[in-house]
Write a protein that binds this ligand. Structure first.
Ligand code: CP
Ligand code: NVA
Length: 333
C-alpha cells in the first residue's frame, strides 16, 4: 500500500520554499514563450492525470486540461456526482485506486484534510487545486503576473490584499509574500483576518526573508504606496449564501474603488483578482447583490476591473503556464 506523500505533490502554499516557487515561475515563463513561438515540446507523453473536483471551476480545470493536452498527457475528470469518492468509497480507498491508474491527481474541494489524505495514500503526486484553506496553484500565477509587470526582483514588490483575508486566496498570498521577502499587507476587518497561526507563520518567515508583513483593519494604510491591489470574492464557494448579508456591510470599506486605487499614491499600481469576480450586474450573483444591497459590483467596481491597471486576464492565462510547470516539474520526462 502506498503511504506518504510523493515529493512532486503541492498541497499547501508553503509546501514550496522560495527557490522552489520561483523555479516553477521561471519554468512557466519558458513554457509560455515556447508555446507562443510554436516550439513547445511534449514532456508528458503517455502520462495520465486525474482531475477530481468537489467544487466548480473554470480556470483551474481548464488550465490542467489544456496544460496536460499540450504536453501530451491525458486527463480524466471526476466530480462528486459521477464518482464514488466520499460517499460509497472512502478517500483512502479512492486514493489507492487512482494511484494504481494515474501518474498524478489534482483535487479541488472543501476540506484540506481530503487532499492530504489523497496524497498520503495515492503514491503519486497530488496537487491542490483549491480547498477551503489554501489555493497554492493560484499563487504561482499571481507571482508570475507580478514579476511580468514589475521591474526588478520579487522582494521589491509591495502587495495589498483587501477583503476576505481569512479565505484561501488571502492567506495564501500572505504566506507566499512573506516567504518571498515581499512587502505584503492584508487589509480586512478583524473578523476576516487570516487565522492567527497563519499570521504568526508569515511573521516568522519574514524574519528570514526580510519581508514586511502588515495585517490591518485600515484600508488606506494597507494600500499606501502598494504596487498591486488584490481582492477576491466576498463569499467563497462552500460558504452559505446568507453570508452575503453580513459580508457586504463588513467589507464595503475594503471594496476596490477608484478612490482606493488613488489612495495608493502610486500612478503605476496594478489590480489583481483570482476570478471569478463580482464587478457588475451581468451575472446571477451580481444581479442578486444589486437587488439586495443596491451595489453595482461587490469586491471591485466595474471601472477598476476594466481599467488599464487591471491585469486579471493575464493572471488567468498564467494559470495555464504555471500549472503546466507544476505538471512538468513533477512528471516531465
Ligand atoms: N481562480 C480560480 O481558481 O478560478 P476557477 O474557480 O475558475 O478555477
Ligand atoms: N476564495 C474563492 C476563490 C475562487 C477561485 C473561493 O474559494 O471560492
Amino acid at each position: 500500500r502506498a503511504t506518504g506523500r510523493h515529493p512532486g505533490s503541492l498541497l499547501r502554499t508553503l509546501d514550496l520554499d522560495a527557490h522552489g516557487l520561483l523555479e516553477l515561475v521561471r519554468t512557466a515563463g519558458e513554457l509560455k514563450r515556447e508555446r507562443a513561438a510554436g516550439t513547445e515540446v511534449p514532456r508528458l507523453t503517455g502520462r495520465n492525470i486525474a482531475l477530481v473536483f468537489e467544487k466548480s471551476s473554470t480556470r483551474t480545470r481548464c488550465a490542467f486540461e489544456v496544460a496536460a493536452h499540450e504536453q501530451g498527457a491525458h486527463v480524466t475528470y471526476l466530480d462528486t456526482a459521477g464518482s464514488h469518492m466520499g460517499r460509497e468509497e472512502s478517500v483512502e480507498d479512492t486514493a489507492q485506486v487512482l494511484g494504481r491508474m494515474f501518474d498524478g491527481i489534482e483535487f479541488r474541494g472543501f476540506a484540506q484534510e481530503t487532499v492530504e489524505q489523497l496524497a498520503e495514500h495515492a503514491g503519486v503526486p497530488v496537487w491542490n487545486g483549491l480547498t477551503d484553506s489554501w489555493h497554492p496553484t493560484q499563487v504561482l500565477a499571481d507571482v508570475m503576473t507580478m514579476l511580468e509587470h514589475h521591474p526588478g526582483p520579487v522582494d521589491g514588490i509591495s502587495l495589498c490584499f483587501l477583503g476576505d483575508g481569512h479565505g484561501n486566496v488571502g492567506r495564501s498570498l500572505l504566506v507566499a509574500g512573506a516567504l518571498l521577502g515581499m512587502d505584503v499587507r492584508i487589509a480586512a476587518p478583524r473578523a476576516l483576518w487570516p487565522p492567527d497561526d497563519v499570521v504568526a507563520t508569515a511573521h516568522a518567515l519574514a524574519e528570514t526573508s526580510g519581508a514586511r508583513v502588515l495585517v490591518t483593519e485600515d484600508p488606506e494604510l494597507g494600500v499606501a504606496n502598494a504596487d498591486f491591489l488584490y481582492t477576491d470574492v466576498w463569499v467563497s464557494m462552500g460558504e452559505p449564501e446568507s453570508a452575503w448579508s453580513t459580508r457586504v456591510p463588513l467589507l464595503t470599506p475594503y471594496r476596490v474603488t477608484a478612490e482606493l486605487v488613488a489612495a495608493t499614491h502610486n500612478p503605476d499600481v496594478a489590480f489583481l483578482h483570482c476570478l471569478p469576480a463580482v464587478h457588475d450586474r451581468t451575472t446571477v450573483l451580481g444581479e442578486k447583490v444589486h437587488a439586495t444591497f443596491g451595489l453595482d459590483g461587490a469586491e471591485v467596481t466595474d471601472a477598476v476591473f476594466r481599467s488599464a491597471a487591471s491585469l486579471v486576464f493575464d493572471q488567468a492565462e498564467n494559470r495555464l503556464h504555471t500549472i503546466k510547470a507544476v505538471l512538468v516539474a513533477a512528471l516531465g520526462r
